[in-house]
Write a protein that binds this ligand. Structure first.
Ligand SMILES: *Cc1c(COP(=O)(O)O)cnc(C)c1O
Length: 394
């Protein structure tokens, strides 16, 4: 193969060398002191990442497992929840809630559009029996960033729990659990955390733990109260994913060395870069205002087959990107730029997209997209990300 393989998908993401070396270590036993030391190191790093003083639980499952654990521990069958359905993963909240026997009200959003806090407030006022709001911080299927901070301002004063799927947000864009008042925040290993798939992480607020106690889930595997007790003793309920946790320990060290602020600033700059490059290629962006910082969803011109674009980009340029999901499958390309990805990867992604487009439809773009993208990156780094600008003004 002439090209380096560049995995620019919204998970799994490339792994830093330090993490790969940690993953390659031989087994240690999950009930012995060496493992306890790994767990002791991990917890403060996780609390920093989540922005919480609560215990962050490692769970042995993909991200969806943590969604399932949250729903089944926080709500009893028959309870009512509000689901923000902004795409594939919002639908997944509804499916999990249905499977658990919850009564679901959905706020269905148009593709590419974020939910408004006003709509959530109105829905909660219309039905005072709703006990939870289930939402994605970042809806990975469309690249939309829901306004979790504003949603928390709605739920924190009332008897409604805010449950946030942060799988493509934690470690990518700000989502400080305690400061914002999120009741349950969860993520998976293979997106922002620069790890292989197979590990999920979940934390809950004090009032969410009270709710878990009152529900008294009968789960055998995802029993979060039992898992929490074990975690406080630096273990997991069943055999731990030892290698993933050793990798996590290193990945969390990287976050602390770099600082979350710097990581968010980089993610914002990569997002600005991808968006400017796509626009300069004459393409339309799916999410116009509230967009995710870890991927960019780009609409393809009518008549161009997205499958062909992705195939050519992979074969000729070594760049693996994702298509759309569901009805967007063939008409959207999702350029992932989360985790261990930098400006040169995004540049490669944009070029591969251009090569793929050309092959798929004889489409001719401007030839300034590379310069435009790099300029946007440098400007975004110089100006800082929105949250930091807000802080400076405050
Ligand atoms: C990737 C993703 C999931 C699914 O995670 P799995 O690890 O595949 O179970 C759920 N929600 C969001 C927002 C995601 O990005």
């Amino acid at each position: 193969m002439l090209n380096k393989l560049r995995l620019l998908t919204p998970g799994p993401t490339p792994l830093p060398e330090e993490v790969r070396l940690a993953l390659a270590k031989d087994m240690i036993h999950h009930r012995k002191q060496d493992f306890v030391r790994v767990m002791e190191r991990i917890q403060p790093g996780l609390q920093y990442l989540f922005g919480t003083a609560q215990q962050v639980l490692p769970l042995t499952c993909s991200g969806t497992g943590a969604m399932h654990a949250a729903v089944t521990n926080l709500f009893a069958p028959g309870e009512k929840v509000l689901v923000v359905e902004g795409g594939k993963f919002g639908e997944r909240w509804r499916e999990i809630a249905h499977a658990h026997g919850l009564v679901v009200t959905s706020l269905v959003q148009e593709n590419g559009v974020a939910v408004s806090a006003g709509d959530v407030r109105a829905a909660l006022q219309a039905d005072p029996e709703l006990r939870g709001v289930l939402v994605q911080a970042s809806e990975t299927s469309t690249g939309v960033l829901h306004p979790v901070h504003e949603l928390a301002a709605v739920t924190r004063g009332i008897n409604v729990l805010l449950v946030v799927d942060g799988i493509s947000a934690v470690g990518i864009s700000p989502c400080p659990m305690d400061a914002w008042g999120i009741d349950c925040l969860l993520t998976g290993s293979q997106k922002g955390l620069m790890l292989p798939p197979g590990l999920a992480l979940l934390a809950m607020s004090e009032r969410a733990w009270d709710k878990v106690r009152s529900v008294g889930s009968t789960n055998f595997y995802f029993n979060l109260l039992a898992e929490r007790d074990k975690s406080l003793n630096h273990q997991t309920l069943f055999t731990s994913p030892v290698n993933l946790l050793q990798g996590l320990s290193v990945s969390l060290d990287l976050f602390r060395e770099q600082t979350l602020e710097a990581v968010y600033a980089k993610q914002w700059a990569l997002t600005s870069m991808a968006r400017a490059g796509a626009v300069s290629l004459g393409l339309e962006l799916l999410a116009r205002t509230h967009f995710t910082w870890g991927l960019t969803s780009i609409r393809l011109p009518a008549g161009i087959d997205g499958g062909e674009v992705l195939k050519v980009a992979a074969q000729r340029c070594g760049v693996v990107m994702a298509g759309g999901q569901g009805e967007l499958k063939k008409c959207v390309v999702r350029l992932g730029h989360m985790g261990h990805v930098d400006w040169a990867d995004v540049l490669a992604g944009l070029h591969a997209l251009q090569v793929g487009l050309h092959a798929a439809g004889g489409y001719c773009a401007t030839n300034t997209y590379m310069e435009d993208a790099v300029r946007a990156y440098e400007e975004a780094l110089r100006d800082g990300c929105p949250e930091m600008r807000d802080k400076e003004q405050a």
